[in-house]
Structure formats: structure tokens, C-alpha cells
Design a protein around this ligand. Sequence first.
Ligand code: MG
Length: 262
Amino acid sequence: MRTLNEDALLAHPPVFLVADGMGGHEAGDVASRLAVEEFARLAGLSAVDPADLHACFRRAAQRIRATFERREGGTTVSGVALGEHEGAAHWLVFNVGDSRVYRWADGELAQLTVDHSVVQELVDSGSLTRAAAERHPERHVLTRALGTGADPEPDYWTLPARPGDRMLVCSDGVSGELAPEEIADVLATSAGSGAAAAELVRRAVGAGGRDNATAVVVDAQVLADGAGGWLAFGAEDADRTWDETVDGATIPRPRSHQEDSR
Ligand code: MG
């Protein structure tokens, strides 16, 4: 139902993210793409740490502010990156705004990020139920975003990465249209990461499609040759091609990495 897609995504190891831009006159489209460009600089590294991610947040915020000056333009950024701690693989989860990261593991869906939104604060304070929040007229009003004034304030979480982990990064066009039970069902039953992402977007559009819908799904697998316990990643973007996502940046599709690593 939207003429412009203000979502953007990055799906290249070791970084996977979704950015949902906001602001009129195509400002959201530009803001989300600027964020993707900055995080794309990490593509190809074997692992990153929180300082690497935070540097991307700062550079992206500077570029967004410089681009729009007094005009309102900003973006959410939510994602997951591969980190390493004492030789073990870790997920570094990061978020500013109300895009989300979920983990499907051991038959359970866990939302790993906490929205930076007015309704989330009302839920946290006990004055609004989770169900009422999903219908609240101000459910799209954010308390934090990237590029909208103050220095970026992303949240970070670290958790061990295990074979079989299936991570979902999505914009609110997915999480706002599909109940957690339906998201869990798709992640449980889709054979491949690309199929899971495509099915989530297809269902979100079918459920109403009132907003741009973007999903990135990442599967963690043990390398067949047992290379030091490291994990291989497979991820495919669902709603557009890679070349369209990152303007001017020549980065191979993640598919080739996936095939190499099997
Ligand atoms: Mg959105």
C-alpha cells in the first residue's frame, strides 16, 4: 500500500540488519540507506565487536544529520552481528527504534530487542497491556531513532551463538502484522533462511501490508570441516535484490558465502 519502500537491509556476514526510515519527502528512504551503507563497511570481517558497531552508528548519524540539516529524517536500525569471545562465537544484537530481532531456538521464539517506543514505555510502566499496545493509535511513535538529533543511543546485547539458532531481523511491517505465534510457525516450518524470510514478508503483506515489510533470517550452522567450532551463516533477503539495497557499493550476494561454507 506504500508507493515508496523506506525499509533497507543488510545481509552480509558478519552483519545482518534492517533499517526502517522515517520522514517525509523520501527522507526515510535516504536515511535507512545511509545506515546500511555505513554498516556495510563491516562486510567480510570474520567477527566484529560492539565498538565496531557503535562506530557505524555514529558515522551513520552524522551522515543523516548532514544530509537533512533541519529536515526531519531518521531511521531505526536493528540487527545481529557475529562476535567472538575467547574463541567462541557470540551474537551481538543491537537496536535503536522499533524494528526487532528474534531468536528461534529449542522450539521457542524469543524477542531479543526492546522497542524504543511510547507504547513500550507505557507497557513497561504497567499502564498499558501488550495487547492494547498493538492497537494503540501512537504505536508508531518512537522514543529513540538514528539521525534525529542527539547522539545515537543503541542498546546492545551479547549471547552465545549455537548451531541451530535461527535469528530473525524484521521491520514493524512484519512484527506489526503477524502475531508471535505466526512468526514462530514460519520459522519452525521453513526449510531455508531465504524461504522463511520470503514467507514472513508474504504473510505480512497478505495480512494487510499497511507498512513496508522486511525480514532477514540467519541460520547458524557448524562448518562441515569442523574449523575450530566456528559457525557458518546462511541468509537471504526476501523482498528485493542485494544490488538494489546498497547503492554504489559492490558487495557480493551473501548466497555465495553460504554455498562456500557448506
Ligand atoms: Mg515500518
